[in-house]
Design a protein around this ligand. Structure first.
Ligand code: TRH
Length: 396
């Protein structure tokens, strides 16, 4: 067991601080990054997280009652007042998504700046992913704090002037080898306890927020000729389906199977991130949300709908437009149009348009799939986030 009192801390270690605002995205992104830095760059990473209960949904082996534990060579520390008192500075300090590090740490850093400035860690604020144009101009900018310390803005993004996208070096080869054999997906479905799925059946995963569009889509699939399996982890998507569930949402259990005409809803347990990646690789279409599942759906090389995290004054629709524009850059207009309209209407909760655009796209499934296969290399734009981050650190 890791214990900061007894463990010698390598002065080159990195600290990543994460506040779980809601759901799993904040911890999802920082956990991916921490694992990759440890595995590919042999960096000792301390991941400080304020809510281990949420974290345990995507890392089932995590014990929410323990302050220090290590998985995949990442030191996971429950961030609270007493644990942060033991903070020892390393070479990099990442505040994820503008979560504010405690004043006790700022005081330590301020003192370090006076006593031995060369030992100050590079302090970064890792921002949310956006495809908007302004990201290039703000990525890497320094910001002087009232404490006199300097912090940099690190902005992920899709172009070479941004901080890049999280993607492990071997991810695409693992995905390709998984997808090259249909037996893999069938084995995964069996492992998850899903029955009745045959190799040629259409399988769609759903990890969305609440929206009437989801209900409309599932109702439209019910009347189709071919079987469709909808895989839904227990969570927020189900709140939109109360009118078609045989019981209340609270009574729904993982493993449950609900038949609605030609549609079978399979309720899934949450799995770890690796399991979720495999699920995305195994489905024909994925409905995803937030930030991390949105990116992983792109890496899965399958067509998807992005249910973007709603923001005030519909700002999220601007972010959605920005992404759709780059995603459709090399896509034929007669395909790009219905795909964008499907995403927009799904996000706006427009039931009629969502179903109409879905139906238009169905006939174009193959070209959309071909585009989805090409997209990951285009999006990655020569270097992933972790490698750009390591370069960024070297250049400071
Ligand atoms: C369904 C499932 C997801 N996951 C993981 C994948 C992701 O890492 C994580 C989900 O995170 P996201 O897709 O980002 O969606 P999200 O909606 O959960 O998270 C967020 O979105 C951000 C944009 C907001 O700022 C956050 O505050 C947060 O709300 O859960 C699993 O590991 N196993 C599973 O079974």
């Amino acid at each position: 067991m890791l214990d900061l009192d007894s463990t010698p801390i390598n002065a080159n270690h990195w600290d990543i601080f994460c506040v779980v605002v809601d759901n799993y995205g904040d911890i999802g992104v920082t956990w991916r990054l921490a694992k990759q830095l440890a595995a590919e760059y042999a960096i000792t990473v301390n991941l400080w997280v304020d809510d281990l209960n949420s974290f345990s949904h995507i890392l089932p082996k995590l014990d929410p009652c323990r302050t220090y534990q290590t998985f995949y060579d990442v030191n996971i520390i429950h961030w609270n007042e007493s644990s942060t008192e033991k903070y020892v500075s390393g070479s990099c300090l990442i505040e994820a998504f503008a979560c504010e590090i405690p004043s006790s740490i700022i005081q330590k850093l301020t003192k370090l700046k006076q006593d031995s400035p060369a030992k100050l860690p590079i302090w970064l604020n890792l921002e949310y992913l956006s495809a908007e144009d302004w990201v290039e101009g703000c990525h890497g900018l320094p910001s002087c704090q009232t404490s006199g310390l300097q912090k940099y803005f690190y902005l992920p993004g899709f172009t070479d002037k941004t901080g890049g996208l999280i993607c492990e070096q071997n991810l695409f080869s693992l995905r390709d080898s998984w997808q090259s054999d249909k037996a893999n997906k069938l084995a995964l479905f069996a492992e998850l306890g899903l029955s009745g799925i045959e190799a040629e059946h259409r399988v769609i995963s759903v990890f969305s927020y609440e929206t009437p569009s989801l209900l409309a889509l599932i109702q439209s699939w019910q009347t189709q000729n071919d079987p469709i399996h909808v895989l839904i982890p227990k969570g927020r998507s189900l709140n939109s389906l109360t009118s078609i569930l045989p019981c209340s949402v609270n009574e729904v259990v993982a493993g449950q199977q609900i038949t609605l005409g030609n549609v079978t809803l399979h309720i899934l347990p949450m799995t770890d991130q690796q399991g979720y990646d495999r699920l995305l690789w195994s489905c024909d279409f994925n409905i995803v949300r937030g930030e991390d599942s949105f990116l992983r759906a792109q890496w899965a090389a399958k067509p998807f709908i992005w249910h973007i995290y709603p923001q005030e004054d519909d700002y999220h629709l601007i972010k959605l437009e920005a992404f759709m524009q780059i995603y459709c850059d090399n896509l034929a207009p007669d395909l790009a149009k219905p795909w964008c309209e499907l995403n927009l209407s799904f996000n706006q909760g427009d039931q009629i348009d969502t179903v109409n655009h879905w139906q238009k796209l169905e006939f174009n499934h193959l070209p959309l799939l071909q585009h989805a296969k090409k997209w990951p290399m285009t999006a990655l734009n020569s270097a992933d986030l972790a490698s750009r981050l390591v370069q960024f650190m070297k250049s400071r």
